[in-house]
Design a protein around this ligand. Sequence first.
Ligand SMILES: Nc1nc2c(ncn2[C@@H]2O[C@H](COP(=O)(O)OP(=O)(O)OP(=O)(O)O)[C@@H](O)[C@H]2O)c(=O)[nH]1
Ligand SMILES: [Mg+2]
Length: 453
Amino acid sequence: MADMLQIAVVGHTNTGKTSLLRTLTRDSSFGDVADAPGTTRQVQGARVRLEGQPVLAWFDTPGMEDSIALLEYIEQLCGERRLDGPDRIRLFLESPEARRRFEQEARVLEKMLECDAALYVIDARDPVLGKHRDELALLAACGKPLLPVLNFVHAPSHRAEQWRDAMARLGLHALLEFDTVAPPLDGEKQLYERLGMLLDRHSEILGRLSDALARERRERHEAALRLIAELLVDVAALRLSCDADDASLHDATQRLRELARRREQVCVDALLALYNFRQDDYARDPLPLEGERWGMDLFHPRALKDAGVEVGIGMATGAMAGAAVDLMLAGISLGTAALIGAAAGGMWQGIERFGKRLGGKLRGRRELSVDDAVLRLLAVRQRSLLHALERRGHAAREPMRLDRADTDPWRDAGPPAEIKEARSRPEWCGIADGYRDGARRAAVVQSLARRLA
Ligand SMILES: Nc1nc2c(ncn2[C@@H]2O[C@H](COP(=O)(O)OP(=O)(O)OP(=O)(O)O)[C@@H](O)[C@H]2O)c(=O)[nH]1
Ligand SMILES: [Mg+2]
């Protein structure tokens, strides 16, 4: 614990220090963030753990506002005395003005002396001014490594180049571009690498932290793909049975839409939670559900096979299944179909298992399921949500916009094998009564997740 690496986040007021920590800790509730300067008044820490052990503490600090005057004050305080940087800062911290006029600055400098290093956050839209140079002179006097971090580098009028030059002239050659609202995908890795260069003694732990964060990111991505695959399997397997009259069909259609919509919302909520965002981070459009399709896929070859049906008369399972469906649609009685099934050798079992539903079909009941186009749409929407989540910093305050949907290849693709199979497996629908999980469903979810990557 005593050896825990401590890093302060410092800089001029309103440059995005608290925002940077929100993004680094993946916690959008960390500290207070506002457009007005002087938002953070106290030092606030956040610990980072590695294998359960806290190894790094970040410290958010108040913004520096009055560095020009403070530098002059310190000059006066020191007078003729030849003190080095940290001693000059200590002298200031013991002076009465450290608790009055320069209270904010004192909190920052005090923390700087305690920490191993600091990130100096810059609003890259600002011109480099005297106040920044004085601020850096004060911070540098603390004798700790400083890593400048350029925030707001996505703003059209940023001055990143000017800042690079200015930092180099002060001997600060390692610098990081890291927009807190839309950080680069490898931003954390770069941050830890640069810190490792500045903090040789801690470079091993920083490397391990960086690897652990990269691993967590990969695992999150895989978990997200599984959530989307689960959604698609549930909705593809969703079936509603109803009478064939208009009113019943209408009611069932509404119910199907509602179930699919709610199931999508469950997936959205789970994705937001996985990425540690709040529900209001995503202003969602309601799912435009249209074109639910009619029909039943009970006789998908795979479903038959798993129901214990082996076709032993040399006929392809697919052809047999197709034949069975055709017979059904032609209105042949269940007895006849069963007879044919029995003749096919082993098909009887399958028929019996689905007998109740087939009976319903023959009595004129209809089955509703969700159309392929809707499933495609679900896939596209969740994929673009995932894309946006992975690129969103926890400092972002605008609701997310999904803008990648138009170019997604899933928009036009036919249903993959996993979806086709799920269609024939009403028992795979996690929101239906007869839900049964099993190894085959898990394998299909897994392979669909890979396909979604
Ligand atoms: N667009 C955009 N806005 C940002 C970014 N970083 C911070 N902001 C906004 O800038 C404002 C200031 O952010 P804060 O994180 O409060 O800044 P701070 O440096 O902690 O401010 P003080 O605590 O007052 O010194 C807020 O409105 C943030 O939403 C960024 O990278 N892009
Ligand atoms: Mg702040």
